[in-house]
Design a protein around this ligand. Structure first.
Ligand SMILES: *[C@@H]1O[C@H](CO)[C@@H](O)[C@H](O)[C@H]1NC(C)=O
Ligand SMILES: *[C@@H]1O[C@H](CO)[C@@H](O)[C@H](O)[C@H]1NC(C)=O
Ligand SMILES: *[C@@H]1O[C@H](CO)[C@@H](O)[C@H](O)[C@H]1NC(C)=O
Ligand SMILES: *[C@@H]1O[C@H](CO)[C@@H](O)[C@H](O)[C@H]1NC(C)=O
Ligand SMILES: *[C@@H]1O[C@H](CO)[C@@H](O)[C@H](O)[C@H]1NC(C)=O
Ligand SMILES: *[C@@H]1O[C@H](CO)[C@@H](O)[C@H](O)[C@H]1NC(C)=O
Length: 353
């Protein structure tokens, strides 16, 4: 073992592939899903809320949703999972939400949907975390906010009748690519084979009780938040922790998801960003001194697979840079407005390893 392990670790160290660095250098990789293109032979998706189109049967479910605070939290009371497909016009999403009591109080458009149970979708086509369509709504009786989207809901039992239990409701969505990429300069509509986008789903579920045949929220009990890829905090607006989808034109189930080599640098950029935001909240300015930031010690002491640095401009602006030790991996950057981008390195400096 020893004789094998040493050279392997040595090799890994020099090719910087992974694993010989402290684990806190990198965030756990989010969940991922390969989205297959609708086959020309299959019937189209009819957005009627029922996930009974032949194409849905051919693709896998995502993993079950977990608590937004992470996998170590209580397992959700009800199962939630989703499927995705695409064609040249739409990203299709089919979600299954197990439920015993379907109720809805919000009936007006633009009502505050998270006061009812709901299903939300977040999409960041170019992964820069900077702008994303926030598709809200989806209780059995409220509409969704993106005007061009097609959506429908099917409920397996009666709505708002506490004397008859339901089993589930399903949500079927068709999100037009042309609108999804509207604020994403580098994303293409429709996507290309192998393109990766960031996405996350959230289900808000209140505890209700039956009072004389109608539903009331159980007082003083907070809502549950269940997500596909856990956020580690009750806040869905952290796109850097969302899941990855990879678009594929290959036959269903014949493609593997490919993890981006940028992930370690991406993680470090987010750690630096969050630490700078904490620092300025307390001190009133940003710092370029990493020892003052709440980041893992391995980042401060240069034990990670990248070199982190922060440049502060006039105390109130910063740009953090993370240079992977492997010269073939692009350099990551993040600004104080959370914009993330990567730059390829000068080919002349490339070091073959
Ligand atoms: C693809 O995999 C899923 C999950 O294992 C399975 O349900 C589905 O039938 C498979 N589809 C095809 C076309 O093999
Ligand atoms: C939705 O709201 C409308 C208007 O309040 C109501 O007439 C209808 O019955 C509701 N539908 C469901 C499924 O609750
Ligand atoms: C609920 O369903 C039961 C059985 O169908 C029916 O008798 C009752 O009137 C319904 N209640 C409401 C509030 O619609
Ligand atoms: C729905 O609204 C009614 C009337 O305001 C209220 O009595 C009931 O508690 C609400 N139900 C839920 C589950 O919030
Ligand atoms: C969804 O967002 C949460 C929080 O940002 C994150 O932890 C989780 O990994 C995301 N889901 C996926 C599939 O990334
Ligand atoms: C960075 O911050 C630490 C802790 O506050 C301090 O001891 C150190 O002198 C600072 N380094 C520089 C170069 O300012």
């Amino acid at each position: 073992m020893w004789l094998i392990w040493v050279p392997v670790c040595f090799l890994l160290f020099f090719s910087i592939l992974a694993n010989c660095f402290p684990t806190d250098c990198v965030h756990p990789f989010p969940r991922s899903y390969v989205v297959y293109h609708l086959n020309e032979l299959q019937e189209a998706i009819h957005v009627d809320g029922k996930l009974n189109d032949e194409a849905w049967n051919s693709v896998a479910w995502t993993e079950d949703f977990i608590d937004i605070q992470g996998p170590d939290w209580k397992k959700p009371r009800f199962r939630t999972h989703a499927k995705m497909l695409w064609d040249d016009a739409y990203l299709y999403i089919g979600a299954f939400l197990q439920e015993t009591d379907v109720w809805a109080n919000q009936t007006k458009h633009d009502s505050v949907v998270y006061q009812d149970n709901d299903f939300e979708v977040f999409v960041d086509p170019d992964g820069d975390t900077h702008w994303y369509p926030y598709i809200n709504g989806g209780t059995p009786n409220s509409s969704w906010e993106m005007p061009t989207l097609k959506s429908a809901i099917f409920v397996s039992g009666p709505v708002n009748n506490a004397s008859l239990p339901d089993k589930f409701w399903t949500v079927e969505l068709a999100l037009p690519f042309s609108d999804l990429v509207d604020h994403s300069p580098t994303a293409s509509a429709p996507p290309n084979n192998k393109d990766q986008w960031r996405i996350n789903f959230s289900r808000v579920e209140w505890h209700v009780r039956n009072v004389n045949g109608h539903y009331e929220k159980v007082p003083n009990v907070p809502e549950d938040n269940w997500v596909w890829s856990s956020q580690g905090a009750i806040n869905m607006h952290l796109p850097e922790r969302w899941g990855f989808i990879q678009f594929s034109t290959d036959a269903v189930n014949t493609t593997q998801f490919v993890r981006t080599r940028n992930w370690p640098a991406y993680s470090a950029l987010v750690m630096l960003y969050e630490a700078e935001k904490k620092f300025i909240a307390v001190n009133g300015y940003y710092t370029a001194n990493l020892t003052q930031l709440e980041i893992p010690a391995s980042l401060k002491t240069g034990q990670c697979q990248y070199e982190p640095a922060v440049q502060v401009v006039k105390l109130y602006n910063f740009e953090a840079t993370v240079k992977p030790l492997n010269q073939r991996i692009p350099v990551g950057h993040i600004r104080d407005d959370r914009f993330i981008w990567f730059t390829e390195r000068d080919k002349h400096n490339e070091i073959e390893v």
